[in-house]
Design a protein around this ligand. Structure first.
Ligand code: N01
Length: 533
């Protein structure tokens, strides 16, 4: 029989959440073990190596703030860092804080089962190991479980196929190839311009067009970097007061879009368009609150698309009909311009879905399209997918997937009743994907570390969400989401991209500052809403 290894905490995942959790728990004197499926750190940035992958929040802000030395010494090269640079940063962090010695790579956690007698988590891995831990921290990421729709006939395809989220590390040579790409979300919008430059022909199969704002990416000006670094703590503090945990330097406009004249609206949208990126949605304070108000912004972007794309039929197909921002807005480099290339074709699969994959390519609307390579940019089973892949069982052997069958049920997105001492970093019903993820990760990790220390100082063993507190939190999360336009379209925020997944808005829309204050208040009030034992 395999010996059971006793540790204080098991952390699942060595992305930005798992690495920082390890650093903090180690600092608090705990013996923590990270288990990571990949053979390196970086999480989503380890797996997503498709051409064009880069962050959509400015690099100087999409980075850890816990160490002043780290943020001073690391040099970002571009306004929006490309994936290789972010992965180098993750590796630098792992080395700088000597994290690797407590990370077991190339190992998947299969199960995590709570033992009600010992009050410990029993964790098994695909390497046959068994660990017993007082605490189990799921740092499994929000966008790490890829979604590959069950297309009939995929096994017959004679060419090569790839999912953007599992892109081969050695890269893919597309020179002279006929490439088909399915999907037009962020991954597709970033990769299409790059794939078009490499392939002989690129055919894009679009089900729902997306809104995208130009990144206006550029090399960072050294004077600007020096200026930010001279007052980094100040910038971080200001960002932590922003709903999304970033963007304090870009002027947000609280005014209502209805109060502006048509000319003022156009000027404001144009200014935001020229700055580029997510800030576009902050052009007015109420763009995500009413359809009529939202339509002003949506119309502005649709006009930009029509002005950019020369073929009017393609331009019309590329114009989204849904509310802008309801699906996560994309940030691009030359996306719409790419449709002016002779080697790029857009095919609508909304009216006529993809019927099947054949040995040569795929069929839609009765027409077979032939390819050497197929790319699935079909996204992720977001927020809950990676947790569902692990057999997590709490009290009475209750599987987490069963408890969450109608949608996630958590208290603060940090824990779930019946699952003591199990923490979900950036879990569903926390601000997570609506924010600068690294900022939200640090907030969660800091809270969990303080919580574990508080338990230890008081000689307590377990912390567990109360059912009533959890019910109230779930209701609150749903209620405030229903006050916005977010639930009005089919997005991965709602699980609507995965057939059979319950349609529930998963992130907390109340913003990071309000949420962080709520977490602090709960801790101050002796972890109100949790049972400590
Ligand atoms: O995934 P998505 P993603 N037939 O779910 C289509 C983050 N991210 O990987 O919209 C045909 O957005 C699907 O169509 P529809 C970011 O948070 C960040 O692009 O469901 N098409 C959609 O077009 C982002 O939001 C960056 O109708 C099918 C696409 O596939 C999140 O990850 C970069 C289909 C999936 O789009 C997810 O983005 C990349 C089918 N059967 C990702 N099934 C940065 O910029 C699905 N589709 C940092």
């Amino acid at each position: 029989m395999t010996a059971v290894r006793e540790v204080d905490a098991v952390i699942v995942g060595a992305g930005f959440a798992g690495m920082y959790m390890l650093h903090r728990l180690r600092g608090a004197g705990l013996d923590a073990q990270v288990i990571e499926a990949g053979d390196g750190v970086g999480g989503t940035w380890y797996w997503n190596r498709y051409p064009g992958a880069r962050v959509d929040i400015e690099s100087l802000e999409y980075s850890y703030q816990f160490s002043e030395e780290l943020q001073q010494e690391w040099e970002w090269g571009e306004r929006y860092a490309p994936q290789p640079e972010i992965l180098s940063y993750a590796n630098h962090v792992a080395d700088r804080f000597d994290l690797r010695r407590d990370i077991q790579f190339s190992t998947r956690v299969l199960s995590a089962v709570f033992n009600e007698t010992s009050n410990r988590w029993h964790v098994t891995t695909d390497k046959g190991e068994q660990l017993s831990a007082a605490f189990c921290v799921m740092a499994t990421g929000c966008l790490s479980s890829t979604n590959l729709p069950k297309f009939e006939g995929l096994q017959n395809f004679k060419g090569d196929w790839y999912h953007t989220g599992l892109w081969p590390h050695e890269g893919v040579d597309l020179a002279g190839k006929r490439v088909g790409i399915i999907g037009t979300g962020s991954s597709a919008i970033q990769s299409i311009p790059q794939l078009a430059k490499q392939a002989a022909q690129l055919t894009v199969f679009q089900r729902t067009p997306n809104f995208s704002i130009p990144a206006h990416n550029k090399d960072l000006d050294p004077d600007y970097v020096a200026e930010v670094k001279s007052r980094y703590a100040e910038l971080r503090a200001a960002n932590n007061l922003q709903p999304g945990g970033f963007g304090s330097r870009t002027e947000a406009n609280e005014a209502s879009v209805f109060e502006a004249t048509e000319e003022e609206r156009q000027l404001q949208f144009e200014r935001k368009w020229q700055i580029g990126g997510f800030g576009f949605l902050a052009a007015f304070g109420d763009l995500l609150l009413t359809k009529d108000g939202n339509e002003f912004a949506a119309d502005f972007v649709r006009a930009k698309i029509r002005n950019t794309v020369k073929d009017p039929v393609t331009a019309a197909l590329l114009c989204p009909k849904q509310v802008i921002g309801c699906k996560r807005i994309c940030v691009d480099i030359d996306y719409f311009e790419t449709y002016n290339r002779d080697n790029v074709t857009l095919v609508d699969v909304k009216e006529h879905p993809i019927e099947r994959i054949t040995d040569k390519g795929l069929v839609t609307n009765g027409v077979e399209y032939e390819f050497d390579v197929l790319v699935f940019a079909t996204g992720f089973d977001a927020m809950t997918g990676s947790l569902a892949k692990i057999d997590i069982r709490g009290r009475n052997s209750m599987p987490l997937v069963e408890k969450w069958a109608a949608g996630p049920r958590t208290y603060l997105g940090l824990g779930s009743a019946g699952f003591p001492n199990l923490f979900t970093i950036s879990g569903p019903q926390s601000p997570s994907v609506l924010t600068n993820m690294i900022c939200s990760i640090e907030q969660h990790v800091n809270w969990v570390t303080a919580c574990i220390l508080a338990l230890r100082q008081r000689g307590l063993t377990t912390i567990e969400a109360e059912v009533a507190a959890e019910d109230a939190w779930v209701e609150h999360v749903n209620e405030i989401a229903s006050m916005t336009l977010y639930p009005s379209c089919n997005s991965w925020y709602l699980g609507a991209n995965v057939p059979g997944k319950p349609r529930v808005f998963m992130p907390y829309v109340g913003g990071l500052p309000v949420y962080a204050e709520k977490c602090e208040e709960v801790a101050r009030n002796n972890y109100e809403g949790f049972v400590l034992a």
